[in-house]
Write a protein that binds this ligand. Sequence first.
Ligand code: SF4
Length: 406
Amino acid sequence: MSETRKQFFARLGKEHYTILVPDMCPIQFHILKRVVELSGYRLVVISPEGREAKDVGLSAIHNDACYPVVILAGSFIQELRTGKYDLSKTAVLISQTGGGCRASNYLSLFRKAFEKEFPQVPVLSLNFSGLEKDFSLPFTLKRARMMLAGVCYGDMLMNLVLQSEPYYPKDEVDAALKDCLDMLDQQIGKASFLRRKANYRHIIERFSNLTPPEKRKPLVGIVGEIYVKYSPYANNHLASFLVKEGCEVVYPSLMEFVQYCIYNSIEDHRRYGKNKATIALWQLAYRYTLSICKEAEEALKGTGFRPYEDFRKVVEAGKKVISTGVKMGEGWLIPAEMVEYTSGAVKNIVVVQPFGCLPNHIVGKGMIRPVKALNPDANIVPIDFDASSTSVNQENRLKLMLANLG
Ligand code: SF4
């Protein structure tokens, strides 16, 4: 790139580039899209349907690459082929955690997949770990705080939707969600404590006529690889399937994953002396996320809706079965979430993992036995997803788990 990073991103803003992002967490990403737009970029969150994007991905990327990469590449290529975009002013954006797994090196794979058909489309990275410096979206501290607040709002909305939808008509839940998202579109630029408190109040009030009954349906937690866990396209609409089968779905918050990444940077410093220059920033970010999550938890007290567990308790739960030094893929977070769920009210768990994803098979499927040793009434099923499989096998395995609901 002959121009500097600053010039490059200034040009993207000035020339009104359209930046495509995948809809990993549809609710949270709707809010984050707005935050990024406040920085001057125009974002489009893409939501593929059907088999086509998976087939396109398989033809563009070698099938020994991870499932999330295959479907993300396929989704982008399918979207770029629609003819809706001026390709000379379009870019794609993927998030990277910067961990030791293959995902940290996937940007070049995306570029290779695009180079024949869309050589003019830049592939950008969203990360806070210094990866792909020339291509990572620049963020000020203010925007980073707004993003964290946005994740918290999105998590609260996802939580309320999950707790309402098994008991109320879909159109009522969708209408409440839409009202709250419209409100946040206006308010997200103001990240003060009082504004957040007022926004939480507004959200809870809007959902107050959708409070779940005291007698709940069986609770089923979904944990696993970050993209496959949340993306309805990647997991063949797993949450909707479970609701249709008479369950209430419980998801960990997206913030829990953000905190896991921050916590790992602090752990790296503690164990190996890494991140000397940035450790104060990581510690500050950690404390900040704990405090904004606490605000959301306080706001939900006495409302009939279940809040998320404090992240520090999740860490302690995980330490009963695994070291926090295990952090390849989703690392210690998956067993920690399984222990935390099964020690409480969520006895049934689906562990989703991309087919061939070694790290998450070790910490997902591989950790079921120690989790069950701790909580023998746990009912856990691992489900693999890959681009060539159909949902029939997955649904059959899920039905076996549902036959033993705890
Ligand atoms: S965690 Fe699994 S799916 Fe993700 S990059 Fe690593 S191997 Fe691939």
